[in-house]
Write a new protein. Sequence first.
Length: 680
Amino acid sequence: MKPKFKNSAKKAQSSANKANAGAMQALFNEGLACHQKGLLAPAKAIYEQVLESQPTHFDAMHLLGVIAAQTGHYLLAVALMDKAIALDAKSAMAHNSRGNVLKELKRLDEALASYEQAIQLKTDYPEAYHNRGIALQALQRFDAAVASYELAIQLKPDYAEAYHNRGIALQALQRFDAAVASYELAIQLKTDYAEAYNNRGLALRGLRRLDAALASFEHAIKLNSGQDFLVGRWLHTKMGLCDWPEVADQVGKLMTAIAGNEKVATPWPVLALSDSLELQRKTAETWTTDQYPTSTELPAIVKWVRHEKIRVGYYSADYHNHATAYLMAELFERHDRNKFELIAFSFGGAQRDALRERLFTAFDQFIEVDNQSEKDIAVLSRSMEIDLAIDLKGFTENSRAKIFSYRAAPIQVSYLGYPGTLGAEYIDYLIADHTLIPQASQQHYAEKIAYLPNSYQVNDRKRAIAATQFSRAALGLPQTGFVFCCFNNNHKITPSTFAGWMRILKQVAGSVLWLLEDNETAGQNLRREASAHGVSAARLIFAKRMSPPDHLARHRFADLFLDTLPYNAHTTASDALWAGLPVLTCVGEAFASRVAASLLNAINLAELITTTQAQYELLAVELATNPERLSQIKQKLASNRLTAPLFDTALFTQHIEDAYTQMVARYHAGLPPDHLYVLP
């Protein structure tokens, strides 16, 4: 009878367990229904109740981790995912979910390992391939990311998000045509895909197809005008096309949004839209906080022993035929190798041209880091004990500001590439001069200012001016008449600047305005604007792009360079002065609007600096109608060209090395960064 009693007890217990399991499964299903409806709090409570009764319930544990992730509790989510995986190590879904949480925590290598595990367990898992692509992309492994997205697409041909993210990776590889095609496939599958329209606009900008880019941005705005930084991109594209109807109203709205700390514009376009130091800093800080916040992933740098030579790392995407390289080449060559060791960190792709070959030999080490993540580049920099990390990009195209958020070196410096504050606490110094940043303006810069005694801008006095024999006719210029010119990019031409130019042309009979033809639409729009101002469109002449030596040579056919405001001529002003062409400027408040004045002061031509629009127009007309005075200025420029500080590269090198030495001395003395002043 005892065995019979035991069997009855076992059956009863088994029935009770089954009943409990059934009840818990029904309860779990109730929680799942809440979860699917977005009712996270009741779903969480139900999953917890299920786990109290059945601690080994895999689905409840896994989805409790998912809710933790959905509510931003990522560390808890990882712990719960780990518990779920301990219950069922063969769940590809759990490994994929764990990867997603680790990705949010920026633990990208661990996330990648989780996705790999998910794929190993389930080789036909498109979401895992897609998520792996995102992690690879974040690690700057763009080719591998593209391959992973393509595997996801093979498994799921209607995967709009995979097409979109493949487009982002292709764009990072500067394969703009392929990126546009990928975005368009995403849009075909998901016609309301606002983010894809936005990114397609960026890729089209990379192809210089500004009309198409503008249309793409406008479609994105119609679908979702609240996308971060979209409105600024749209407005910047309109400025590049010189498409000005209602621009003033739109700029006003943009500045109001910036003042309210809204994420409406990236920093660089704002330099050409507003001269307000306050708004420029707000834009930079909003962008930096959102995209490149200070990282705590790497430990603080422990002060290393002072090196025999100061190790200077220059970080740039522009070690090729680019304005930054044109200006800096001789500086790299002239650095005192007895005191400084130079390391180039290049992330602009292996563009092989003569200037790149010249630069390659100018450094002690030239390291290509295109395929390394920003964190890895910072780690590499630390391992090499770089003393000074010089960011030559700032927020310009192909920049990688995130490198410095990890603190690549104990001293981090912004120079040349971006004419303004980066708004980042981890950038210690900004190299400038007293013209660019008067002491009263220091409060508008997050960095301490390293003041050079002449101009902040280095120049390469080896730049060749071609012996090409042009003619006015070949350049599209009339045989007679005064030639005003401005070879600045079209987005720097504002309606107010152009209106001033038209007033000048009206007062100088037979004069023409020679502009860079950045794109055909801009030319059409500017001709139409000229006509609206009562000036014949035929008085606007457009110059095609040509090689730097030929471009310098054609300056001899111009009589006076007219600068833009609020974004001055920078390299283009140096080009003009090096070629012997006087530059007339009007200074503003911000760094970008004071660069031409900085150059003119350094070549002792302060008489070409004006402070109001009225002065600017009056002097332009006077110089155009008083040949003797203009001739005197040209003679002075010719005399100063090789004697004044502006093109004295050897002197400039001494000054910037003095600034670097002061920075390092303060650091090793245990002093924080402070404003520095290099003596003449």
